[in-house]
Design a protein around this ligand. Structure first.
Ligand code: C2E
Ligand code: MG
Ligand code: MG
Ligand code: MG
Length: 286
């Protein structure tokens, strides 16, 4: 009897596994096709100076446009792209499109803002990465100091000598470097000092309850003060309310990003915000 049950259980799991494997293969070939056809779009989210309300930078966030599943968010395909190596091609497209758009806005007479682009660890280990970045900057004629590359804290923690060398090379080119999702990775101060970075992006998990949870407030204040003493910028991610904004300002956080200011939106939608540069001071901050 038990033997029969075991066999059924085995068949059950095999069937489930087959479904999972098939789903993954379908998704993978769809993503491969999307890479060939460049079925992606960038949305842009402003980074705002919390004192003046100016938009100082834009973060580019990739979306996958599909016919049958609508818009697919990065959390649902970037992990597969990393596993399969497709991230190198997607990452190059994202960098090129972000730099092209930044240059186009500049050519249209808008004040230059820095363009922030997210990187995956796998792109870093690609030997051709540095050449690719150099080529894209040359092709798009974007000033390297207007490009900011974001690396998550967990990626930085697995740093190798090769990675530190690469960060130094990027920094020597004039590119800005930021640590994304800061505070989630138990990093130590000693290695932050060794990296050529300019900015810490405080993870949104610390901002969410900042006005009600004294522990979160304490953590954010500690990060802001630590960053100041290391001469780094801090930006709060996931600012959604006026209360969070007021508290962050009072603690000396200089930059913020979040739905309170704007969700990530298409280029055409961000354009009017870039034109009226003092939007937040006039209508919201004060
Ligand atoms: P991230 O770089 O930390 O980006 C911030 C995420 O928080 C974005 O999600 C953004 O839409 C969301 N967000 C912004 N403001 C708020 C807010 O006020 N409240 C809340 N709850 N969320 C907010 P998104 O666009 O889904 O991207 C998720 C992650 O996917 C990004 O996290 C980044 O790690 C990754 N990603 C996005 N684009 C790329 C890319 O081009 N390349 C790579 N390698 N990763 C990317
Ligand atoms: Mg980011
Ligand atoms: Mg983040
Ligand atoms: Mg993230």
């Amino acid at each position: 009897h038990g033997k029969g049950l075991g066999k059924n259980t085995y068949q059950y799991f095999t069937a489930q596994m087959n479904i999972a494997v098939k789903r993954r293969m379908t998704l993978e070939s769809a993503l491969r096709r999307a890479v060939m056809q460049k079925d992606f779009v960038l949305h842009y989210q402003p980074q705002v100076n919390l004192e003046t309300g100016e938009i100082i930078a834009l973060e580019a966030l990739v979306r996958w446009k599909t016919e049958d599943s609508g818009t697919v968010m990065p959390g649902d395909f970037i992990p597969l792209a990393e596993e399969t190596g497709l991230i190198n091609e997607i990452g190059e497209w994202v960098l090129r499109e972000g730099c092209r758009q930044a240059r186009e806005w500049q050519d249209q007479g808008l004040a230059p803002r820095r363009m922030a682009i997210n990187l995956s660890a796998r792109q870093f280990s690609d030997k051709a990465f540095l050449d690719m970045v150099t080529r894209v900057l040359a092709d798009t004629r974007l000033d390297p100091s207007l490009l900011e590359l974001e690396i998550t804290e967990s990626q930085v923690m697995r740093q190798t000598e090769g990675m530190i060398m690469l960060l130094n090379r990027l920094s020597e080119m004039g590119i800005h470097l930021a640590i994304d999702d800061f505070g989630t990775g138990y990093s130590s101060l000693s290695y932050l000092k060794r990296l050529p970075i300019q900015k810490l992006k405080i993870d949104q998990s610390f901002i969410r309850d900042i006005t009600v949870d004294p522990n979160d407030t304490a953590i954010v204040v500690a990060i802001i003060n630590m960053a100041k003493s290391l001469d780094l910028e801090t930006i709060a991610e996931g600012v959604e309310t006026a209360g969070q904004l007021a508290l962050l300002r009072s603690k000396g956080c200089r930059i913020g990003q979040g739905f309170y200011f704007s969700a990530p939106v298409r280029a055409e939608q961000i354009y009017p915000l870039l034109r009226q540069n003092n939007l937040y001071v006039q209508s919201q901050v004060r």
